[in-house]
Each structure stands twice: as C-alpha cells, then as structure tokens.
Design a protein around this ligand. Structure first.
Ligand code: HXC
Length: 257
C-alpha cells in the first residue's frame, strides 16, 4: 500500500508507516501529515493491528515542516485553514505508537516523534527545534510535549537556542525511551512492538488513557479514572484468560475482547 508521501505495510499485528519523501529529508508538507494521520486512524480501526510503528529512513525521521510550503502562508491563511489542528487527531489514537528514529527529527519531525508513545532512536539521531532560527516557533505541540517531558527550564533552553539534542541527551531527560546503534533501530523498535502485541490490547489501551491523564488531571481525578479503567478490564475475556493462565502456569493468549 502506498500513498504519495508514505509507505504503508502490515507485518502481522504491527502496522508500519514509513515517511517517504527522501529528497527533502522527509520534510512534512500538509498532504503528508494528512496521509500520516489518516493511516494512523485506519490502523486504529483495524482489528488485526495491535501496535503501530512510525519510521523514516537512515538519513532522517523528518527534518521538520516543509519550509517552502510555509513560505506561502499568511496569518489569514493560517487562521482560516488551521493547518496544525489535524495533529490533535494523533492524540486520539488508542493503540500504542512507536517511533523509530534515525537521523534528523527536527521541528515538526520532532513533534511527530513526540506525538508517539515510545521513541527508539539511533545513537547519532538529532532532535531539536530550530524554528527560532527561522523567526518562528514550534506549532504542533513541541513546547507542550517537551516541557512535560523535561521540565520548563531545560525545555526553554533547548527551544530558545534551537540547538540539536543528541539521542543520549534526549534519553537522559526522559524525552525518548531507548538509544541503540543506527543499524539496530528498526530491529529494536520491532522487538518492542512484538512484545506489546503479546499484551492484552484492552489493558494497553486503558493504560495509555490513564497515563496521559496523569499529565493533565489532579491526582484524585486521575486515580478515579485509573480505577474506572481497572474495573472495565473485568468486562474483558482477556482478564479471565490472564488470571486463568497464571493459575494454570502457562503463558496467556490475549484476544483483545
Ligand atoms: C523543506 C527541507 C527541509 C524542510 C531539508 N529540506 N529540510 N525542505 N523543509 N524542513 C531539503 C533541503 O532543502 C534539501 O533540498 C534537502 O532537503 C536536503 O537537505 P540539505 O539541507 O541539503 O541537507 P544537509 O546539508 O544534510 O542538512 C540537513 C539539515 C538541513 C541540517 C536537516 O536540511 C536543515 O537545516 N533543514 C531545516 C530544518 C528545520 O529548520 N526544521 C524546522 C522547520 S519549521 P534540495 O532540493 O536543496 O536538495 C517547523 C515548524 C513546525 O518544523 C510547525 C508545526 C508543524
């Protein structure tokens, strides 16, 4: 399955989206973002898919929003078309999304990775928000995600200076999950994806909702939501299967119902 700017692949229960605009280091034009969001939603609806993987190529995950396209913008076209609002739909995806990052993840490319739940990166990957050097600023959640991940002071330092962050630094500040050799990024991301495909899908989904809620809700509200989600797991056959398998000393086989 191919669209204009992405390749789409299914490997068993893993849905893979590869950004495919190599001549522009996968710079994200608006059609490309639409294609990514629509494909994420399609995988989210697809009963066969349990985990989603997003990747670029060896040179770049994505080097930002398409600067040439942005040069055509005026305040009024931006206001009327609200081009970054579509990104909010990524936050509504219920299945785990893993980003596999080689090379550049800059500006909108970094924001795309930050919209994913887990990030695996190459030792030589470069993360950053260079927007300040273009006289603009992050616009698809960068200031929010980075501040939640690393705190206000470090986030301001990075976004103000517009410098690149190495994968090691990003991991140190909890911005990404794992750092591996460049040639192992995809393998590691697939290994992690495969592990997740073995877990109870309903648990994964309700855990994702509860963990994200922890960033926004007061403690008691968050705990209430967590409790409700816990109770909901008891409506699933997988809860029965998980506990029965424990009792029978065998691995569980979860079906997502
Ligand atoms: C359009 C881009 C691009 C971008 C790279 N290219 N990044 N085109 N928009 N963001 C194109 C180049 O123009 C060039 O095309 C080709 O990709 C290869 O890039 P080079 O610059 O030749 O490669 P290199 O010398 O290796 O430098 C790599 C780089 C540099 C350091 C990543 O390309 C760069 O600084 N890119 C811009 C990064 C950036 O500022 N990103 C933030 C954008 S603003 P040609 O045709 O010349 O070969 C943003 C706002 C987000 O993201 C808002 C919310 C969505």
């Amino acid at each position: 399955m191919s669209k204009t700017y992405i390749n789409v692949l299914k490997e068993g229960p893993i849905g893979i989206i590869q950004l495919n605009r190599p001549n522009a280091l996968n710079a994200l034009n608006r059609l490309m973002v639409d294609e990514i969001v629509e494909q994420l939603e399609e995988f989210n609806r697809d009963d066969q898919i349990r985990v989603i993987l997003l990747k670029g190529n060896h040179r770049a995950f994505a080097a930002g929003a398409d600067i040439e396209e942005m040069m055509e913008d005026t305040p009024l076209t931006l206001e009327m078309t609200d081009p970054f609002a579509v990104w909010d739909r990524i936050s509504l995806i219920k299945k785990p999304i893993i980003a596999a990052v080689n090379g550049f993840a800059l500006g909108g490319g970094f924001e795309l990775a930050l919209h994913c739940d887990l990030i695996i990166a190459a030792e030589d990957a470069k993360f950053g928000f260079p927007e300040v050097k273009l006289g603009v600023m992050p616009g698809a959640g960068g200031t929010q995600f980075l501040t939640k991940a690393m705190g206000r002071r470090k986030a301001l330092e990075w976004i103000w200076l517009g410098e690149s962050m190495s994968a090691k630094e990003a991991a140190h500040y909890g911005v990404i999950n794992r750092v591996v050799a460049p040639e192992l990024v995809e393998e590691e991301a697939m290994r992690l994806a495969n592990q997740l495909t073995k877990q109870a899908p309903i648990s994964l989904r309700l855990i994702k909702e509860a963990v994200y809620a922890a960033e926004d809700l007061p403690l008691l509200e968050g705990k209430k939501l967590e409790r409700k989600n816990f109770y909901v797991t008891f409506a699933s056959e997988d809860q029965n299967e998980g506990m029965q398998a424990f009792k029978e000393k065998r691995p569980p086989s979860f079906k997502g119902v």
